[in-house]
Design a binder for this molecule. Structure first.
Ligand SMILES: Cc1cc2nc3c(=O)[nH]c(=O)nc-3n(C[C@H](O)[C@H](O)[C@H](O)COP(=O)(O)O)c2cc1C
Length: 182
């Protein structure tokens, strides 16, 4: 299975460790990873060149194209990110804004019609239910037929090392089960 991971943080913390366990179970045959905000495009400027001329005319094409190509080449697209103020981090939304053209209401891209998407989120305590919504909406409008999500409430601390072994073991078994569902 070819897999691309869009990491919503560069921190090697809770999101990272959960995602690493997921990949350890999944064992993709091919893996490409991006780390936001480092690999993210700047905010959409609203120039509309992507709509009016083509996506290659986006002023941020250098950052957007490698991510778009990797998504089109993957079987499984994974988004892994921490919850920021009850939603997805801004760098995730900023990336999604650059993929409006291939929405099936605009210029559908049939290569997206057989993808699967996994959304992994975690937060200190607040429920994660709204955090996957922007990604889910965008992926569905891109025509992705299967979008699965999983959320974790850390509860015991904000650093992976602060969380008790018992709790980390529970997380591990939950995310390994999730990975097996692909
Ligand atoms: C800017 C910011 C906003 C956050 N907002 C929330 C929040 O609304 N609810 C929550 O439970 N945790 C919140 N957190 C905690 C994160 O969801 C996450 O648990 C924490 O950053 C650890 O993840 P990491 O090790 O992957 O960086 C926030 C963290 C940051 C940095």
């Amino acid at each position: 299975m070819k897999c691309v991971v869009i990491n919503g943080t560069e921190i090697k913390g809770c999101t990272y460790n959960l995602k690493e366990i997921f990949l350890d179970e999944l064992k993709p045959s091919h893996l490409t990873e991006f780390y936001l905000p480092k690999d993210a495009p700047a905010y959409c400027t609203g120039c509309k060149l992507c709509f009016l001329k083509g996506e290659n005319d986006c002023p941020h094409v250098e950052q957007v194209k490698p991510i778009g190509d990797a998504m089109r080449n993957a079987d499984l697209i994974v988004f892994a990110y921490p919850v920021y103020v009850l939603r997805a981090p801004g760098q995730i939304k900023s990336l999604l804004d650059h993929f409006g053209v291939p929405w099936f209401a605009h210029r559908p891209d049939p290569t997206m019609f057989n993808k699967t998407v996994a959304i992994i989120t975690q937060s200190i305590g607040a429920p994660n239910k709204d955090a996957p919504k922007d990604v889910r909406t965008s992926m569905e409008w891109l025509g992705v037929p299967t979008v699965k999500k999983i959320g974790f409430g850390l509860m015991e601390g904000v650093k992976w090392e602060e969380i008790s072994e018992a709790r980390r073991n529970k997380f591990e078994s939950k995310i390994r089960n999730f990975a097996r569902s692909f």
